[in-house]
Design a protein around this ligand. Structure first.
Ligand code: AGP
Length: 626
């Protein structure tokens, strides 16, 4: 959690840094700060609350200098106050540090530093880093200025890192060394952007893509010395390493709102394009002209053939995608398939071996719980496949195989296009595995693939048609306290996703239930006017769903029913208060289509209640703490 930016070059650093923070706000937004150095002193500005507070502060007291560091915070240790905001400095106020992660042994290190005479200003774990560097720089032999000082600072940093345990991505700025930034990474993402006469550091690419597309991802245990012209990466023990340089091919405009009120709405509308991108180059034709999955480059057929079980592991929305993946793979293959919450995975003592395929689903590829689960799966000998959106992310680097969702940058905290792209990838992989193993008939595989490819067009036509209808319902939910989402079969994980979307951005309490479970307890909560969203996209379960809807209607619920066009002929006026008809696609793929009105429902409910849609309270996009 938290976002870091670093800059060294020829531009006014504070401007570049604040611009970068603006694009990283999704990573945390309870306080922000900047430090710059102008050769004479290191100046810091920080402010609790949203980034605009810091901008106001900087307007009153601009920071000079062409090198600097900045941070947007999601509090873990210490309340979101001015004092606890980063950058943190040492006792002399000449060494500044921004940090993302958690220093687990900070209490004992803090006690040791206090004994040595260090004075702390904040309650954070991060501040100890500045003091440790100060302590080790003072105690190290040598000194002087220029290169010698830089070498001493570097040594002090590596010594500090050797005594801390926990996770970090950090950048250090020293007033006496304005020509370099030091950076390090362990279990938290950090990227270097390479420019001409300038270089950048950031937690994520959107922060710096406006300035450069040439990126380098630091790996765990890396320490980097970043100057204006040169970047040097070493391991903690001093061994130099080369890191792969790659060119990001997104258009920087994709990290702007482009006329939409919120990133979330823009990303909802980007789903047809994202679906198309997820499948691009991954579906081909056999000699008879039938569609075939082309995933050998991602997952060798030998792995699919050797697989004896599959387990999806993920968190939040990605878990809901994995849950739907489980349902698909169970239907299409003969494999036993499970879906596990990443944060719980380790406690279930999973019995895995080299015939187990563990599919790690993560938009960011940096979620701490998910990364820990991936490591556990590898430790237990499983084969791992990452389905992720972020190229070079930790999950992508550590898994045996990677399938990129190719959805493009997702900025809103609430995941939308990443989710439907994950679904497309999981469906595609399921079809690939099933047909490789001879468990799915080639005609069925070809038909499903054809439908999958056509989904983007269906969605493109559907979104503008359904948006006004959905918006109307959302406005009616103005004062609603609770909403229940019910569904059976494939509609149950869809209900889970619908309720999460609503909760996280509108703060309306919502609950998802397998429709048949209602009568086992929760039905007691349904009273006059309680909104219930009934999902009935599965023809073979429609009648059973109608019975469940009647159960809630009989208790006074206001029912919104989402179902396929084919049900338009049925007399549903007595069943539901409002029906939204979805375009018909293969029933197995209906949940991909149906996810969109649920996202819009949550979006407009949140807007109607005046919520800050892109920055929901207490949340951040990338959860890099356990
Ligand atoms: C989605 O709307 C959420 N904000 C959240 O549940 C998210 O899906 C979860 O934190 C997992 O993130 P990841 O996909 O980046 O691993």
């Amino acid at each position: 959690m938290c976002g870091i930016v670093g800059y060294i070059g020829y531009r006014p650093a504070a401007e570049v840094l604040v611009d970068g923070l603006r694009r990283l706000e999704y990573r945390g937004y309870d306080s922000a700060g900047v430090a710059c150095t102008n050769n004479i002193r290191l100046e810091v500005a920080k402010s609790a609350g949203r980034l605009d507070n810091l901008v106001k502060e900087l307007a009153k007291r601009p920071l000079e200098g062409q090198s600097g560091i900045a941070h947007t915070r999601w509090a873990t240790h210490g309340a979101p106050t001015d004092i606890n905001a980063h950058p943190h400095t040492d006792c002399t106020g000449t060494i500044g540090v921004v940090h993302n992660g958690i220093i687990e042994n900070y209490l004992e290190l803090k006690a040791w530093l206090i004994e040595k005479g260090h004075k702390f200003s904040s309650e954070t774990d991060s501040e100890i880093l500045a003091h440790l560097i100060e302590e080790f720089a003072v105690s190290s032999v040598g000194g002087g200025s220029g290169d010698a000082h830089g070498a001493r600072l570097y040594k002090a940093l590596t010594k500090a890192l050797s005594v801390v345990s926990g996770s970090y991505a950090l950048v250090v700025l020293d007033q006496h060394q304005p020509d370099l930034l030091l950076a390090a990474r362990q279990d938290s993402p950090l990227i270097i952007g390479l420019g001409e006469g300038e270089n950048f550091l950031a937690s994520d690419m959107p922060a710096i893509i406006k300035y450069t597309r040439r990126m380098m991802v630091l790996e765990d245990g890396d320490v980097a010395v970043v100057g204006r012209e040169k970047v040097m990466v070493q391991k903690l023990d001093g061994l130099p390493v080369e890191r792969h340089l790659f060119i990001v091919d997104w258009d920087p405009g994709r990290t702007e709102k482009e006329g939409y009120d919120h990133f979330m709405l823009k990303e909802i509308h980007e789903q047809p394009a994202a679906l198309r991108a997820a499948l691009a180059g991954r579906v081909g034709f056999d000699t008879g002209g039938k569609h075939l999955p082309k995933l050998e480059q991602v997952l060798p057929a030998s792995v699919a053939a050797a697989c004896r079980e599959a387990v999806f592991v993920a968190a939040g929305t990605a878990y809901h995608a994995g849950y739907l993946g489980r349902e698909w793979w169970r239907r299409w293959t003969d494999l036993p398939v499970q879906a596990e919450l990443a944060s719980e995975f380790r406690y279930h003592h999973p019995h895995l071996d080299r015939h187990s395929l563990v599919v790690i689903v993560s938009q960011s590829g940096e979620t701490a719980d998910t990364l820990a689960a991936l490591r556990e799966a590898k430790r237990r000998g499983a084969v791992t496949l990452a389905v992720t959106n972020v190229v070079g992310s930790s999950v992508a680097r550590e898994a045996d195989y990677v399938l990129y969702t190719q959805a493009g940058p997702e900025i809103a905290v609430a995941s939308t296009k990443a989710y439907t792209s994950q679904l497309a990838c999981l469906a595609l992989t399921g079809i690939y595995i099933a047909s490789t193993r001879g468990e799915m008939d080639q005609n069925r595989a070809a038909a499903l693939l054809g439908e999958l490819l056509a989904l983007n067009g269906v969605m493109r036509e559907m979104i503008p048609r359904l948006e006004p209808e959905v918006r109307e319902v959302a406005v009616e939910w103005g004062r609603t306290a609770d909403v229940y989402y019910i569904g059976r079969g494939l509609d149950y994980p869809l209900a889970m996703e619908g309720q999460l979307k609503l909760k996280e951005i509108s703060y309306i309490h919502a609950e998802a239930l397998a429709a048949g479970e209602l009568k086992h307890g929760t039905l007691a909560l349904i009273t006059e006017g309680t909104p219930v969203v009934a999902l009935a996209t599965q023809p073979q379960l429609f009648d059973k769903m109608v019975s469940n809807i009647k159960e809630v209607k009989a208790r006074g619920a206001e029912v919104l029913l989402l179902t396929g066009e084919n049900n338009r002929h049925r007399p549903l006026v007595d069943v539901a208060d409002k029906v939204i008809y979805l375009p018909e696609v293969d029933p197995d793929l209906m949940p991909i289509i149906a996810a969109v009105p649920l996202q819009l429902l949550a979006y407009y409910a949140a807007v109607n209640r005046g919520c800050d849609v892109d920055h929901p309270r207490n949340l951040a996009k990338s959860v890099t703490v356990e």
